[in-house]
Design a protein around this ligand. Structure first.
Ligand SMILES: [Zn+2]
Ligand SMILES: [Zn+2]
Length: 135
């Protein structure tokens, strides 16, 4: 058992995983999320501030949903985030496509850089065998 105080209402609850929010509040947030999603669908081009006021949701919460890729906004929407890599406007997640590609390339080159190391180990493994043959 892992008892924690809900970050939202302060009630004690049995914490399992995810944000430190009790099941009741989690449900309320989920309901809010559906409301926000619906509002954005019905009002094309709304900004975060407007949604925040209309649905009485924290702008930070809306940004969090966008970052989590839970909310995806349309091409002409004013709901915009900035790429954490280069600051370019993006519609969801944390990075723009260009930064995502860059990161994938960097990751690939790290993998390649590690390759010679594993290959280098092979001759060491072979040497005891050679000694054995010499005896
Ligand atoms: Zn709560
Ligand atoms: Zn970027």
């Amino acid at each position: 058992m892992n008892i924690k105080n809900c970050r939202n209402c302060g009630k004690m609850f049995n914490y399992i995983t995810g944000p430190i929010v009790c099941p009741n509040c989690r449900e309320a947030v989920e309901a809010k999320f559906q409301e926000v999603k619906q509002y954005i669908r019905d009002h094309k081009g709304v900004g975060i501030a407007e949604v925040s006021e209309a649905c009485s949701v924290d702008a930070a919460q809306i940004r969090q949903w966008l970052r989590d890729d839970r909310l995806e906004v349309t091409e002409d929407s004013a709901l915009m985030l900035n790429c954490e890599g280069c600051g370019a406007p993006i519609r969801s997640g944390r990075f723009c496509d260009r930064c995502k590609t860059n990161m994938a390339n960097t990751f690939g080159s790290i993998l390649n850089a590690n390759k010679p190391k594993t290959e280098f180990k092979r001759p060491e493994k072979d040497s005891p065998k050679m000694r054995f043959l010499d005896q």
